[in-house]
Design a protein around this ligand. Structure first.
Ligand SMILES: Cc1cc2nc3c(=O)[nH]c(=O)nc-3n(C[C@H](O)[C@H](O)[C@H](O)COP(=O)(O)OP(=O)(O)OC[C@H]3O[C@@H](n4cnc5c(N)ncnc54)[C@H](O)[C@@H]3O)c2cc1C
Length: 436
């Protein structure tokens, strides 16, 4: 242990600087609380950082802004000169509009908003162990390059995607599909620049099977490439690829993620070389940026006071403690097999709310979870996992944490009407009977 670093105290400790952790930390810090945000990498955004430029989906349920911190964040990008983001129609019919953006500016804006809110940000630190005291998490032990440290907090919000700390705190969880336990594929995304899109055959087809088949047949592409999913990038003449999938990887196991990342990098280069040599329009193209590692779609889902279900989302269920609205399609990508499932909620004309109780464990009195790890079944999770929803869940958790501290109430017992009122005051739309 490094003796120069003392134990620290915080009001709210957020683990994970992904898109949910960003929302949670900023929301809690704006309540004038002492908030620490711990992030294992050197970037903010989580999957958004690992898959640079991945479009932000589900920001416009029913084509209306979801609101809250997300809207504020997007407006900052839209209003830059020149604009650093653009709302576009998704090229897959099942989904609503999505936001494409300049990656560097999007990163900068995350850091700026965290700094402006007064969050104490610690990057390159990994939370390892909860410090328990009865039905409370008193704090966590985390490591940085100097060694181990402890940080105590009144409330802990786990936004780490995988939930290692919540699992070690004893909250029950499920992983993957209920029948098989299979989790969705992990994916390495990348951009190619200098692409002449007008000359690409069948460019309008977002799932280009013909080119994939040609490459697989000739032995130049891996058989799991299946279909080439691409879309125009934010910048002119750039193309974004979201199709190098590796199946049957457990994202909670670092060695499996590392092996998958190395394999995926090889397959991405293979694909880029094949396109350059064989497909018109790619002659002068090159890989402009690539994820540093594969993006992990799903791992643990924790048991909360309520589990969001497939039935809830397809019937457009609303809840008295609903904290945000969502109409994202169910997006299941290769759960152990080479099949995808995209089921649109928009075509059914429904949107649902996520109740606060999905963020709250049954027993631990000062723990919340937000982001892709909340209490949901595997189908509901495949809809609510979009970036906008995760940021909105983070915001709700941050405000709930502040209410729990200020009103001295367990997280299970906070006044949900007041929480919803606070979210509405912060611009979140479609709550408490208000129509979107
Ligand atoms: C390949 C891929 C494509 C996708 N496509 C889209 C899309 O087009 N549109 C869309 O909206 N969504 C998309 N998604 C889904 C979306 O990106 C994620 O569901 C969402 O970003 C999850 O956010 P999160 O904050 O809950 O978790 P994560 O993004 O996983 O963030 C968790 C953070 O916690 C950190 N962390 C983990 N453990 C610890 C620890 N012990 N200590 C400290 N820090 C820790 C991690 O480093 C990470 O930064 C995609 C996901 C993937 C993987």
């Amino acid at each position: 242990m490094n003796e120069n670093i003392r134990d620290m105290n915080s009001d709210v400790l957020v683990i994970g600087g992904g898109i949910a952790g960003f929302g949670a930390a900023v929301a809690a810090a704006r309540q004038r609380l002492n908030v620490y945000l711990l992030e294992a990498t050197d970037k903010l955004g989580g999957v958004m950082a690992k898959c640079p430029g991945m479009p932000i989906g589900d920001a416009y349920p029913e084509d209306k802004p979801m609101g809250g911190i997300l809207e504020e964040y997007l407006n900052r990008l839209y209003k830059r000169d020149p604009p650093a983001a653009e709302k576009r129609k998704c090229n897959l019919a099942a989904f609503g509009p999505e936001v494409h953006y300049d990656y560097a500016t999007a990163q900068l804006t995350l850091f700026q908003m965290v700094e402006e809110a007064g969050v104490n940000l610690l990057i390159n630190v990994t939370a390892i162990e909860p410090i328990m005291g009865g039905n409370k998490v008193k704090g966590v032990i985390y490591y940085d390059r100097t060694g181990g440290h402890t940080i105590y907090s009144k409330i802990l919000i786990d936004c780490s995607g995988d939930g290692d700390i919540t699992a070690k705190a004893g909250v029950p969880f499920e992983k993957g599909d209920e029948d098989t336990g299979n989790m969705m594929a992990v994916t390495l995304t990348f951009y190619m620049a200098n692409v002449d899109k007008d000359r690409i055959p069948d460019f309008g087809d977002p799932w280009n099977k013909k080119i994939a088949e040609k490459g697989i047949k000739s032995g130049r592409l891996h058989k799991d490439l299946h279909k080439i999913y691409w879309m125009p990038g934010f910048h002119k003449n750039s193309l974004y690829f979201n199709c190098v999938h590796i199946i049957n990887v457990d994202g909670t196991k670092p060695q499996e993620v590392m092996k998958a990342s190395i394999e995926a990098i090889k397959r991405a280069h293979q694909l880029a070389s094949f396109l350059k040599e064989e497909i018109p329009g790619f002659e002068n193209a090159y890989i402009e940026s690539m994820g540093s590692t594969v993006g992990v779609r799903e791992t643990r889902r924790f048991e909360g006071m309520y589990k969001l279900t497939e039935d809830d989302i397809f019937t457009g269920k609303k809840f008295s403690d609903g904290i945000l609205c969502c109409d994202n399609a169910v997006d299941i990508v290769f759960r152990g097999t080479n099949t995808m499932r995209h089921t649109s909620l928009r075509k059914k004309g429904v949107y649902y709310q996520i109740p606060y109780r999905c963020l709250v464990p049954k027993k631990i009195e000062n723990l919340l979870f937000a982001g892709r790890l909340i209490s949901a079944d595997s189908v509901a999770m495949a809809s609510m996992r979009g970036m906008s929803t995760c940021m909105g869940l983070g915001q709700a958790a941050g405000i709930a944490a502040s209410m729990s501290i200020i009103n001295k109430k367990q997280v299970q017992k906070i006044d949900c009407d007041e929480l919803i009122k606070k979210l509405q005051e912060r611009g979140v739309h479609g709550l408490a009977g208000e129509k979107l």
